[in-house]
Design a protein around this ligand. Structure first.
Ligand SMILES: [Ca+2]
Ligand SMILES: [Ca+2]
Length: 247
């Protein structure tokens, strides 16, 4: 009988709200993600822009059967022998890789790619950096050099915006340090891809071919801001106090 008396409309509404709060607190909050994966690497879907310091150039093609497996993207870097340091590279932006920064901003991004150096020259080193493009500006992550025959799987830990710096191939580090993308710029469009290059300080011309396959990208959004969670918790505490008082 007492139960019936106590079940006013106000109490029911608070109870329903309480149940909602509890369920949302105990369901693990999964930050929304943007995921991209390409095991085909067709030439058609990558926009190439060359960067160089010194003489040389690059060509890019879709290999037909040299991938891991199937098709792969082949990039030939021709570094002219100059006696000074010559650096020749290109960015490869996946043209279908467009994402929009969510209202909470992106927390981080992970990249993965399979890479192989096919070389007929003395240069045995492939050089790679993952890139994001925001408002027409390219930003590169740290240099990832790799060597050896066969496919090498290259993965990054979660990269935050400070891990990317504007590309400047004229400097020895090829970066403008301190110029970063802004992952918090809600509604901003981002593209992404990778930067490849070869360099030589000798008088001999070099030709370095690199193959790339299985390019994957995962963006993680920032979770919903704390203040909303805090006010919900305060509301739950308030409702409990009122229940204890009226009991
Ligand atoms: Ca493939
Ligand atoms: Ca920021």
């Amino acid at each position: 009988m007492n139960h019936t008396t106590n079940l006013s409309m106000g109490r029911i509404r608070r109870s329903v709200l309480g149940a909602t709060i509890l369920s949302s607190l105990f369901v693990p909050s999964v930050a929304s993600m943007f995921t991209f994966t390409d095991g085909n690497m067709f030439n058609l879907f990558y926009a190439k822009t060359e960067y160089q310091a010194g003489a040389g150039g690059t060509t890019s093609t879709s290999g037909s059967s040299s991938g891991n497996p199937g098709n792969a993207r082949a990039v030939v870097h021709n570094v002219a022998g100059s006696g000074g340091t010559s650096r020749v590279g290109a960015s490869h932006i996946a043209t279908q890789s467009l994402t929009t920064t969510p209202p909470t901003g992106f927390l981080s991004v992970e990249f993965g790619i399979d890479a192989q150096v096919l070389t007929s020259s003395t240069i045995q080193i492939g050089r790679l950096a993952f890139v994001v493009e925001q408002n027409g500006t390219l930003f590169a992550s740290d240099t990832i050099p790799w060597t050896g025959n066969g496919w090498t799987g290259i993965f990054t830990d979660s990269l935050i915006e400070e891990d990317f710096e504007q590309i400047n191939f004229q400097t020895s580090t090829y970066r403008n340090s301190g110029v970063n993308p802004d992952f918090d710029l809600a509604g901003s469009s981002l593209r992404f891809g990778f930067l490849t290059w070869a360099e030589s300080s000798s008088l001999d011309a070099q030709s370095v071919t690199m193959l790339f396959d299985n390019f994957t990208v995962n963006f993680t959004a920032n979770p919903v801001p704390e203040p909303a969670t805090l006010s919900v918790l305060a509301l739950a505490a308030f409702a409990r106090r009122r229940r204890l008082k009226s009991a």
